[in-house]
Design a protein around this ligand. Structure first.
Ligand SMILES: Cc1ncc(C[n+]2csc(CCOP(=O)(O)OP(=O)(O)O)c2C)c(N)n1
Length: 341
């Protein structure tokens, strides 16, 4: 077990609010992190508009506020590693090489989407890019990704499997079975538990007795770490350590990311159950604004450069949205193609 964030003195908390973890990443990599976090937020903002125009088929699930966890963790993976994202990990998928147009066409169920309009939101994978498809069943990816880690060992490969789980998801049977199996088999599995305070509308204290999710690592006899989930550098460093541990035969790691979901469970949920003060408290710790301040204060980037990155993203997204809107829905005759169950 490593770090544990106890409550800080309010003054110390204020002073440290903008300070980020020490990192081994150079300026170019840090600017890439900024690019991916900004891209994630802007893609979701575009999707939110499209949802309001009735263009999205099904729900829209946002990772707003959790971009640092998705982007920082995915950035720590090597090219041959595997990742199984869940619904709020759009940022992880973008880091892994998913293009915004794949996400737009998928959310709008167009024939040009990765599933040809057969599934919605981010429910698609691509093993070539080391991407195992997200699924809706909470916890179900944990045993699947433990299996991916085991497959690597059986094939004599050194890949690591990384996946995510929400605070609510850590109470499922699949989570326990998958973690326990990975632990006894000493598999290179990294699990990022995103503790965003609510499992849909259920506050964390109402669905688990322990204060920190990371306590569960003790029960499995594996390494665990708590990380400030709104600090992209801290998330990157913790994941990098866990990935190295897994690759070197040190077994699984459970990383608890303390973060916050700045929207409802999905776009149709107004999050009326979350007290306003909590939104205000977490807005002050916004991962992108914090990282922007860090890049400016350390002079790793100028305001002009950061504005340029954001402008470039907006321009490219205009084209991506147009592509998706101009894409036709799939023809009815293709409905059964590639359907196995
Ligand atoms: C096995 C299972 N049970 C219930 C659900 C319905 N469900 C979808 S999301 C959700 C809450 C998820 O909470 P959490 O894991 O904390 O993730 P968050 O939405 O807070 O990011 C529930 C109960 C489901 N998808 N799968």
């Amino acid at each position: 077990m490593s770090k544990n964030f106890g409550p800080l003195h309010p003054k110390a908390q204020e002073e440290s609010a903008d300070r980020l973890a020490a990192t081994s990443l150079g300026p170019e990599d840090q600017k890439r992190l900024y690019h991916f976090m900004t891209l994630t937020r802007r893609v979701e903002a575009r999707l939110s508009n499209l949802y309001r125009q009735g263009k999205v088929v099904g729900g829209l699930y946002s990772g707003h506020g959790q971009e640092a966890t998705s982007v920082g963790s995915a950035y720590a993976l090597g090219p041959d590693d595997f990742m199984g994202p869940i619904i709020r990990n759009l940022g992880s998928m973008l880091v892994r090489g998913v293009q915004p147009r794949e996400v737009m066409t998928q959310y709008m169920a167009r024939g040009t989407s990765p599933t040809g309009g057969k599934d919605g939101n981010t429910h698609f994978g691509d093993l070539e890019r080391g991407l195992v498809a997200p699924i809706s069943m909470l916890g179900a990816l944990i045993p699947v990704m433990a299996g991916v880690a085991l497959a690597g060992r059986m094939e004599g490969k050194d890949w690591v499997a990384l996946t995510y789980i929400g605070d609510g998801g850590t109470s499922t049977g699949d989570f326990h079975e998958g973690m326990n199996f990975a632990a006894v088999e000493n598999l290179p599995l990294v699990v990022i538990a995103e503790n965003n305070g609510y499992a849909y509308s259920t506050p964390t204290r109402k669905q688990m007795r322990c204060r920190d999710i990371v306590s569960k690592a003790v029960g499995y006899g594996i390494a665990g770490e708590i990380v400030d989930g709104n600090d992209v550098l801290a998330v990157y460093e913790a994941t990098r350590r866990a990935v190295e541990r897994g690759r070197q035969g040190g077994g699984p790691t459970l990383i608890e990311s303390k973060t916050f979901r700045m929207k409802g469970h999905a776009e149709h949920d107004d999050a009326g159950y979350v007290p306003e003060e909590l939104f205000e408290e977490w807005a002050a710790k916004d991962p992108i604004a914090r990282f922007e301040k860090h890049l400016l204060s350390t002079e790793l980037a100028s305001q002009e450069e950061l504005d340029g990155i954001a402008a470039e993203i907006e321009k490219s997204l205009d084209a991506e949205v147009d592509f998706a809107l101009e894409s036709p829905f799939p023809p009815a005759e293709r409905a059964l193609e590639g359907v196995f169950a």
